[in-house]
Unconditional design. Structure first.
Length: 223
């Protein structure tokens, strides 16, 4: 077993399994997908640390984006309750790691990213790993992707000040959206579920992450 393969196993056994992740498909998927493939060569030795990991792409010093910490990501997936026949929207997929994991759990994944360099890198990596149930699309993260909706589940890969109605409107009846809601001081992972025309909100767990572009709090100016 290679050193990185051992680190991947240790990540699952020491970070994911002890964190109330009871859906056995999630650790199985995280053991199958090489997280190091989705970060730059300079960061591969850090790929399995329990921390958000900065994403770099060729030609850019920094994208300002991260892979969510493994523990946080696994618990978000569990909140989403993804069924094997689900169609999932992955908002802010970065270099595609989250989408590759989701592809192990769902029937189809629509991976939405606004940064052209990240789209290009995610496409390259997913193709190299023969992940063929993920459709990469480029666009505004806060608009979701109604062309392929409605979705059984929507995962937002970062913190949000709020979830736009346009995105909530892309949930199927019974569908669930998960995200980390933050006001800049406190943050929690929450789940939103559609029941007919109504959307309910349920508490999840303590979590923190950088804001995704477009989901930051609106600045209020005092005169």
């Amino acid at each position: 077993m290679s050193d990185l393969s051992l680190q991947r196993l240790n990540m699952v056994e020491s970070q994911v399994r002890p964190s109330d992740v009871t859906d056995r498909r999630i650790p199985r998927a995280m053991k199958a997908v090489p997280r190091e493939a989705f970060v730059s060569a300079a960061r591969r030795s850090l790929a399995y640390l329990d921390t958000d990991l900065p994403l770099d792409v060729p030609g850019q010093t920094s994208t300002g984006r991260v892979l969510l910490a493994p523990r946080t990501f696994a618990k978000l997936l569990q909140l989403a309750s993804i069924e094997p026949n689900a169609i999932v929207l992955d908002i802010g997929c970065g270099t595609g790691y989250s989408s590759a994991i989701l592809a192990q759990l769902a029937q189809t994944v629509v991976a939405l990213e606004r940064d052209a360099a990240l789209v290009q890198e995610a496409t390259r990596i997913l193709q190299s790993l023969s992940v063929d149930t993920v459709a990469m699309v480029q666009g505004d993260l806060t608009a979701g992707y109604p062309a392929e909706g409605p979705f059984d589940a929507i995962i937002i890969e970062g913190a949000v000040a709020n979830v736009p109605e346009a995105v909530l409107g892309q949930l199927k009846d019974g569908g669930r959206l998960v995200a980390i809601l933050s006001d800049g001081r406190t943050s929690r992972a929450l789940v939103w579920q559609r029941n007919g025309s109504a959307v309910s909100e349920s508490d999840g767990f303590d979590a923190a992450a950088p804001y995704l572009p477009g989901f930051e709090p609106v600045q209020k100016f005092v005169f």
